[in-house]
Design a protein around this ligand. Structure first.
Ligand code: ARG
Length: 549
């Protein structure tokens, strides 16, 4: 029985490639290399356990995180007025919703675990799936972890030392963010259970924080009571659309911040193969969870506006603290800060767990050096990797228990994909050090929406190319079209609004493509055809081997 969103995370395995005739990555040359064989005993069927409610809590739990407690300032600053901000929140929510509905169609038509990586490989070719995995490993996963860690740091510093400390030193915040990252990484390296067990607590924290903000805001608005004496009257005196920004690029930046808070809507597609009845439940999950989250976020934002002057909202990434102190004074801000820090820590924990598996899977697939497919520490780690590769072929004497960490999450202490998690932690640390919430959110948004766009465009292509493909769920064709148009607008404006971040994303993608066409893809093609390698390729192959062993 499944108890929390986090319990599904072990199934977040992006490289499965068997079900109903689809071989997303081409048939693995060695059946034992197929991750689903190695780790699920060859059968995904036995994991068909998700119900509608499981899916609902999974999506809602993944979406609500740091964003609703940190994005409002960036949204407000760039939209200019409260009314415009609310519009941005609605647009961001609806965009996420159309994206999720499109993904639901893809999930039904291509019923495999793995999400975008699988769809892109199937529709555009394996290079696209590789590029997605590459960007997920170097940008999306560590980028999102860095954002969450920074918000964790800001809230914690706020709670313990006070607002002045946050303003005075970004390094203090970054330091705390790094400490949080190290803790979470250690936790996840040590044991899978330790990590997953704590998830429920954190989930609870964020629901309390979000519902608390909404409820308090309504009470304050109705009664006019608050710790600081006079209630905020900004919203009464100032027009809701006064000072609305007319610069389109600013709206794009505001949207990126809003989209961050809604991000995670694609995650249910990582586990579509685990649904008991995906055709029925996947769309139902999407069409209830997204409206629910949109409603919660709108209410929370209205609460912020009712309680706080807009100038305050605009000036802080820790809006929930300002909110708490306005209503309940120092105790209120402390309590809210702790709740939000807890919520962020939980989100960081979850994302670290899944990143580890993503990097591990990429290592196993040959997308990354094999070292990242090692499990555990010391001498045993390579042996265990080989064992997982040979699983089922009885070449290894290592007890099966040690490999099944993935399947039953109980392989014992330090039998986790440690090197994969180290890579993720190192990249995350770099982003924490060089980035800030505002810069990282745009950076992450540009990279993320490039792939969301490509994937949803793929849906349209698939409709044209394979009209007869069985689609248990079909969205209106307007849904993916709206999604593609808005994300294209977003991506095109990013170049003007945030040129540096955009260029960085483009650079990462170019590097990914070069790696694929010069190296991984060619090797893969050769493997499949059994063609002999030329001497120069042999050298590259050798270097790769040395690097990867
Ligand atoms: N929406 C989440 C938040 O507000 C962020 C989700 C991060 N992305 C992800 N794919 N897990 O913190």
């Amino acid at each position: 029985s499944v108890t929390s969103a986090f319990d599904f995370a072990p199934n977040l395995f992006p490289l499965s490639s068997t079900a109903q005739g689809y071989t997303a990555l081409g048939a693995p040359s060695n059946p034992a290399l197929d991750p689903s064989n190695a780790l699920h005993g060859g059968s995904l069927e036995k994991n068909k356990s998700l119900s509608y409610l499981n899916g609902l809590s999974l999506v809602v739990g993944l979406i609500i995180g740091s964003g609703i407690f940190s994005s409002p300032s960036q949204v407000n600053k760039n939209a200019g007025s409260p009314g415009a901000s609310l519009i941005v929140w609605v647009v961001a929510g609806v965009l996420a919703w159309t994206g999720a509905a499109s993904y639901a169609e893809l999930g039904g038509a291509i019923p495999l675990n793995g999400g975008a990586q699988v769809y892109l490989s199937k529709i555009f070719g394996e290079w696209a799936g590789f590029l997605f995995t590459w960007c997920a490993v170097v940008v999306l996963k560590p980028g999102s972890a860095a954002i969450i860690a920074i918000i964790f740091g800001e809230y914690l510093v706020h709670a313990i030392i006070g607002a002045e400390a946050v303003d005075a030193s970004t390094w203090l915040t970054k330091g705390v963010a790094l400490v949080g990252l190290v803790l979470v990484t250690l936790l996840n390296c040590a044991s899978t259970k330790l990590g997953t067990r704590s998830a429920d607590v954190f989930m609870f924290l964020k629901f309390v924080a979000l519902l608390g903000v909404t409820a308090i805001g309504i009470v304050v608005a109705v009664t006019g009571l608050s710790y600081k004496g006079e209630a905020n009257t900004d919203w009464k005196n100032r027009g809701w659309f006064e000072d609305t920004n007319t610069n389109v690029s600013n709206w794009a930046v505001a949207l990126y911040a809003g989209l961050w808070a809604f991000d995670g809507w694609d995650n249910v597609n990582y586990v579509t193969a685990e649904f008991k009845n995906p055709a029925r439940d996947l769309p139902r999950v999407i069409h209830t969870s997204l409206p629910l989250v949109i409603l919660c976020y709108i209410l929370a934002n209205i609460s912020y506006f009712l309680v706080l002057p807009t100038s305050v909202i605009e000036s802080t990434n820790t809006v929930a603290v300002a909110f708490g102190s306005q209503v309940f004074g120092p105790v209120g801000s402390l309590i809210l800060a702790l709740f939000v820090a807890g919520s962020c820590f939980g989100a960081l924990n979850a994302t670290t767990f899944t990143s580890g598996r993503l990097v591990y899977a990429a290592g196993k697939e040959g997308y990354l050096p094999g070292i990242f497919a090692n499990i555990g520490l010391g001498k045993s780690h390579k042996a265990i990797r080989l064992h997982t590769i040979n699983a089922g072929t009885s070449k290894s004497k290592i007890p099966r228990k040690c490999v099944d960490w993935f399947a039953d999450a109980d392989a014992g202490f330090f039998f986790t994909p440690i090197s994969a998690m180290m890579l993720n932690a190192a990249l995350t640390a770099v982003y924490i050090l060089i980035g800030s919430f505002n810069t990282l959110v745009t950076f992450y948004g540009v990279a993320g929406y490039t792939f969301y766009f490509q994937t949803v465009l793929g849906l349209i292509i698939l409709r044209v190319r394979e009209p007869d493909l069985e689609r248990p769920y079909k969205t209106w064709i307007t849904t993916p079209i709206i999604f593609c148009c808005v994300s294209l607008f977003l991506l095109s404006r990013a170049v003007f609004a945030e040129p540096v971040q955009t260029l960085l994303v483009v650079a990462f993608m170019v590097v990914g493509l070069v790696i694929w066409f010069a190296w991984v893809g060619r090797r893969r093609g050769k493997e499949k055809q059994g063609v002999r390698q030329s001497p120069s390729e042999k050298v590259g192959w050798k270097l790769w081997k040395i690097w990867s062993s």
